[in-house]
Design a protein around this ligand. Structure first.
Ligand SMILES: Cc1cc2nc3c(=O)[nH]c(=O)nc-3n(C[C@H](O)[C@H](O)[C@H](O)COP(=O)(O)OP(=O)(O)OC[C@H]3O[C@@H](n4cnc5c(N)ncnc54)[C@H](O)[C@@H]3O)c2cc1C
Length: 474
């Protein structure tokens, strides 16, 4: 008797790691981009490289799309199932550290390992994994790799791409590919940021960093966003390289302070700026007075600073919990991810505020100021189609503004469903077909995470309305 697709998945994994009941499928129907939602055909939880390869080969035989999934914290719809019901390959059962060498400062981990867990384990030897997305308590090394994730400390230490030394992945042809930074063309760089469209990463070799000898965190509050942004610009201009430069605006401060993430940020401030210096003691002690001098000249409302680990954590608590606190503003949030030159932060933010008013949308800002990586947060009620549409249109206009200001549509959250039409703001047809050609090398049949990344052919606004057609986008 011939087996159907679901029975073949069971044959590979056994009964207890394959799911297609409606409740499980509903749980996997979207990620942190609250606008698009599709249920997968089935959810598979492999434990070995061989099982992943067998699942990909089965999907190829049966013409079923594949969606690799880490923790589902993606904010651009990358981890939302495609419209054609897919096999969702959930990596949660592959989260072991396979080997690590404190001497070489490297580790090989399974791709489902949670980012912060890695730092906790290697922390015993005075090491840590530097890329620290604010989702690091949940998001996985594989998801970070696929999105080239950033984080508050990436201003000084670089993005995920700067910390990846090798990847083992099953590509869209069902082949096991081993990419090593030291060997041949830079396949590691190519795979990083490919958003699940090349295949499923199973193992990742990462660079570990030495924990800094000293860390000093400053919290400065300002009576205007311009003054906070001006301070960031001056710090960057004067060649100081803090580990982090993060800004929260007034509305975010209000939401944070009313929530369980309250960190004691002054509620009368229009903006707060977190500045973190880290490194050798001498370096931090030399840079601290320079930061204090700049702060004094920019007339903050108040400044506090600490080197105490517990107090530092409480200063960061509000920033790290900011997105969670946004639920106080409206039921849904759409987090944008545009980038602009740091010298233009203040002027772009004032235009962003105008766009929010034009579309009558609640808009707040919490962002990686040192990288010029803005996160305008559009709060809306997804049950209201008009408000949802206005939020989407405002988002698109803000991304266009970022590009017009000399920046880009994404700093770290990827393209996914959210920004696929906005790709046209930055890339012409020749660029896009080069990207498609490249993808075909790994996924000639377009089975891996179809429908993401590439524009659908409609205009930007049509695409954003999420009504555009979607097939396997080879
Ligand atoms: C509260 C909050 C704060 C955040 N802060 C930041 C931040 O500071 N910086 C930042 O960059 N992002 C941030 N994000 C976004 C998100 O956490 C990152 O994009 C993260 O890298 C996603 O990891 P994940 O494990 O959740 O992946 P998922 O969301 O599951 O997947 C993301 C993409 O990666 C692909 N993928 C996942 N695993 C694999 C794999 N093994 N092989 C191939 N492809 C795979 C998926 O197909 C999908 O396209 C934040 C999100 C939230 C909810």
């Amino acid at each position: 008797m011939s087996l159907n697709f679901e029975q073949k998945v069971i044959k590979i994994l056994g009964q207890d790691r394959a799911f297609w009941d409606p409740a499980t499928k509903l749980c996997y129907s979207l990620d942190g981009y609250p606008v698009q939602k599709h249920t997968p055909r089935a959810v598979a939880m492999p434990e070995t490289n061989k099982e992943v390869q067998a699942l990909v080969r089965l999907c190829l035989e049966e013409g079923v799309p594949i969606l690799p999934r880490g923790a589902g914290t993606c904010l651009s719809g990358g981890a939302t199932p495609p419209k054609t019901p897919c096999l969702l390959i959930e990596m949660a059962r592959m989260q072991k550290i396979l080997s690590w060498s404190p001497e070489d400062r490297t580790a090989i981990v399974q791709s489902g390992m949670v980012n912060l867990d890695l730092s906790v384990i290697v922390g015993k030897k005075g090491l840590y994994y530097a890329p620290d997305p604010s989702s690091q308590k949940a998001s996985t090394i594989g998801g970070n790799l696929a999105e080239n994730a950033g984080g508050p400390h990436c201003f000084k230490y670089g993005m995920t791409a700067d910390h990846i030394l090798g990847v083992r992945f099953v590509d869209g042809r069902g082949e096991m590919v081993v990419a090593d930074l030291e060997d041949g063309p830079d396949l590691v760089g190519l795979f990083t940021g490919s958003e699940g469209t090349f295949g499923v990463a199973t193992e990742v070799k990462v660079r570990l960093s030495k924990s800094p000898e000293m860390v000093r965190t400053f919290l400065a509050s300002f009576s205007s966003m311009e003054a906070a942004c001006g301070t960031v610009s001056r710090i960057v201009r004067e060649g100081i390289v803090p580990a982090a430069l993060e800004i929260l605006d007034h509305l975010t401060i209000e939401a944070v302070e009313a929530s369980v993430f309250a960190a004691g940020y002054p509620k009368d401030a229009e903006a707060v700026l977190l500045i973190e210096l880290d490194g050798p003691r001498d370096e931090v002690e030399a840079d601290s007075p320079k930061v204090v001098k700049i702060l004094k000249e920019e007339h903050p409302l108040a400044v506090e600073s600490t080197t105490d680990a517990e107090q530092r954590q409480s200063l960061w608590k509000g920033r790290k919990g900011a997105f969670g606190a946004m639920g106080r503003l409206k039921p849904n949030i759409f987090v944008l991810d545009g980038v602009v030159p740091t010298s233009k932060l203040a002027s772009v933010l004032s235009k962003v505020a105008e766009i929010g008013k034009k579309y009558n949308i609640v808009l707040s800002n919490v962002f990686h100021a040192g990288d010029g990586n803005l996160h305008p947060n559009l709060s809306f009620d997804g049950r209201d189609p008009s408000e949802t549409r206005r939020a989407m249109e405002a988002g698109l206009e803000i991304l266009e503004l970022c590009v017009m200001s000399g920046g880009s549509i994404s700093g770290e959250h990827g393209i996914g469903y959210e920004k696929r039409e906005a790709m046209r703001y930055m890339f012409d047809e020749a660029d896009l077909s080069a990207f498609r050609e490249l993808r075909r090398c790994f996924d000639p049949r377009g089975v891996c995470n179809p429908g993401k990344f590439f524009p659908t052919g409609g205009g930007c606004k049509e695409g954003r309305s999420a009504k555009s057609s979607e097939g396997l986008d080879v």
